[in-house]
Design a protein around this ligand. Structure first.
Ligand code: MIC
Ligand code: SF4
Length: 644
């Protein structure tokens, strides 16, 4: 039987398991990336493993998230990561060089290779035919040490593209259409491959916009073929020698096929507070806009910036609109300047920000109270912008630029003729902001700099035989890791300080939670479906661990968060009957009798509610490896026992 792109790459990297959907497989990882918000913890974990030098083909440490330095903390973390990288064999992309996914695509990605990154938008690499996964920091640390990366073998979905995008319709509208059809849960347990005649009408940055936001589908990853367009992109980056064609077999079998006629698409918008709450821009046209932010790893390529500049040329942002533009990388920024397009952006009144995540992660540019903020980003979760009552709408760069001028949500097609842009045949390449690692001989004498912001991570203990704890929190469906562990300018600087971070855990849902959990000493969290969607931040597991959480019982989990819970030694359990969710109230005294024995034997776990008297079964299906990790009290303990 023919293979899909993903199946081919998996087969070539398979270290353990069978490629049967639903079973656990271990993959050899060629490349890793980290960013600073998750990286500090990942490198502390890597150091704890005692491996002197990374064993991947390439590992890169980026600084792009915590770039607002309003105290010593972020700068301390940057310095720590820089020195760790130099010593242990990693490339270091200095602050200002750009957003990890954008820079990685430009400078390092190679078709057919595997990549994991401690950031959920690592699938951006799928735009050039890499099999790229978002993962927890500890998984990245293990991969850097030469260990396998484990996933559940996914099902294969083909999104078959036909036709060609109409003027002013953008790659962002393609992925918003996929989200509209599949929802934020629709991709769970699946790899989304793009194929069909329409593929060749899309450039690499457009493809990367689509695979980037596949994260919002909950998909394991997304991937495009690597074809002539990919070759041209890599040649323009001076990297044609790295090009390898990647395509599915003609008789590849897919579990699901979704057809999209690109010519039939129109500008779309994802409304608050979920990326799948999609409507047409026409439906909402006229909505008054307070802020427009253009950038992020989804839409900050040179192509996107040139489009924005062409629309803004000779115009000025509406007086009610605060317009911010952040080019995705220094390459994009410098080429914008060379082409003169940057002047058009500056003269439009845009506030030009440094090449970083910036407003996407709440690092500045929080909108005014009750604002409507249009963003070309990928997430519009409640509170993520830093303003709790703001409504964030996700749109294409074209819709964003058009609306910035008019002051209301505007279908860019209403602007008249689509201004054509010309993409350069060759990009200007300058890697002088990427610091190479020291040689092995030099590395020995180098020391790692640890500022006072770097605190050790919580210690975990082997699983108790039985668990006796209260339900310290009950939440509903689609809880994101931004709910569990919020980010933003005030909190992000403490990503390496778990005790401090714990004060903000679940603050969006219930400000009293951290104190309550701490007072209880031990606790169980109960939730609905798709629990833990969104960011890969392992802090959403490490902080609950610090607060004494022993188990999380939900209707269903998002992939990366579930893996992070296991890595932290917190037991992820699901209701066998989803209605049992109603049989637990916050504050109930719960018991998980013989939980360690039951997990070891592969039996369902029993939940006894001492308050209501209810008793029912929970699904506890884990691979042998996952069982051992849980019983050992987390992945770090497990690797210390000699398993890498
Ligand atoms: C995000 O977009 O939420 C982040 C910040 O990039 C995260 C990682 C993090 O929490 O540091 C992600 O997507 O994984
Ligand atoms: Fe950065 Fe935003 Fe992309 Fe996350 S989604 S990597 S915060 S730009």
């Amino acid at each position: 039987m023919g293979k899909t792109i993903a199946q081919k790459i998996i087969a070539a990297h398979l270290l353990s398991g069978e490629m049967v959907p639903g079973s656990e497989i271990g993959l050899r990882i060629d490349q890793t990336l980290t960013q600073d918000a998750t990286g500090t913890m990942a490198y502390l974990e890597f150091e704890a493993m005692g491996v002197p030098r990374v064993r991947t083909e390439l590992s890169v440490a980026y600084i792009d998230h915590n770039t607002l330095q309003s105290g010593f903390e972020n700068a301390d973390d940057h310095r720590y990561i820089q020195t760790v990288a130099k010593k242990h064999g990693l490339f270091y992309s200095r602050p200002g060089n750009g957003i990890c996914h954008q820079v990685h695509l430009e400078r390092f990605g190679i078709p057919g290779k595997t990549l994991i990154g401690s950031d959920s938008h690592t699938p951006t690499g799928g735009g050039i035919g890499m099999l790229a996964f978002g993962a927890g920091g500890l998984d990245v640390a293990v991969a850097m040490g030469g260990g396998a990366y484990y996933i559940t073998m996914p099902k294969m979905v083909l999104v078959k593209l036909s036709g060609k995008l109409s003027p002013y319709v953008s790659a962002k509208d393609v992925i918003l259409e996929v989200l509209r059809r599949m929802s934020v849960k629709g991709g769970v347990g699946k790899i989304i491959e793009y194929g069909g005649e329409g593929v060749k009408t899309l450039s690499v940055p457009e493809r990367a916009t689509i695979t980037n936001m596949g994260a919002e589908l909950g998909a394991t990853t997304s991937v495009f073929p690597a074809d002539e367009i990919t070759r041209e992109f890599m040649a323009a980056q001076g990297r044609e020698k790295d090009f390898v064609p990647v395509a599915p077999d003609a008789d590849a079998q897919y579990d699901e096929i979704l057809e999209i006629d690109l010519s039939a698409l129109e500008p779309l918008v994802a409304c608050p507070h979920s990326p799948d709450n999609v409507k047409t821009v026409r439906e909402l046209a006229g909505l008054k806009v307070d802020q427009v932010c253009i950038g992020s790893c989804t839409n900050s390529s040179l192509r996107d910036m040139l489009r924005v500049a062409a629309i803004l040329k000779g115009k000025v942002a509406h007086p009610q609109v605060s317009l911010a533009v952040a080019p995705g990388s220094r390459q994009v920024f410098s080429m914008l300047a060379d082409s003169g397009a940057l002047t058009d952006i500056i003269l439009s009144g845009a506030r030009v920000l440094e090449c970083a995540c910036g407003p996407c992660i709440g690092m500045g540019q929080s909108p005014n109270s009750g604002a409507v903020s249009l963003r070309t980003f990928n997430r519009n979760f409640e509170g993520r912008s830093g303003t709790k009552d703001a409504g964030v709408y996700l749109v294409s760069p074209e819709t964003a630029a058009a609306s910035a001028i008019t002051g209301v949500l505007t279908d860019p097609r209403d602007l008249g003729a689509d201004p054509a842009i010309e993409m350069p045949a060759v990009f200007s390449v300058n890697d002088n902001m990427i610091v190479p690692p020291a040689t092995e001989a030099e590395a020995e004498s180098l020391s790692v700099v640890r500022g006072p912001n770097i605190k050790p991570f919580p210690v975990t203990e082997a699983m108790e035989e039985s668990i006796k704890a209260d339900c310290v929190l009950k939440v509903g469906d689609n809880i994101t890791t931004d709910h569990i562990m919020p980010a933003g300018a005030k909190i992000l600087p403490y990503r390496s300080n778990i005790p401090y971070l714990s004060k903000f855990c679940f603050a969006v849902c219930d400000e009293a939670f951290p104190e309550r959990a701490k007072a209880a000493g031990k606790g169980i969290i109960v939730g609905g479906s798709n629990y833990g969607q969104g960011s890969s931040r392992e802090h959403a597991a490490l902080v609950p661990l610090y607060l004494g959480i022993k188990a999380v019982v939900v209707k269903s989990f998002a992939r990366i968060h579930c893996a992070n819970l296991i890595n932290a030694g917190i037991i992820p359990l699901t209701f066998k009957n989803p209605e049992d969710y109603d049989k637990i109230a916050e504050g109930d005294h719960l018991r998980l009798p013989d939980v360690a024995g039951r997990i070891a034997r592969g039996e369902p776990v029993i939940l006894r509610n001492k308050t209501s008297g209810a008793e029912f079964e929970l699904v506890a299906e884990f691979s042998e490896r996952q069982k051992d990790i849980l019983l050992a009290g987390g992945l770090l303990n497990y690797t210390r026992e000699g398993n890498l």
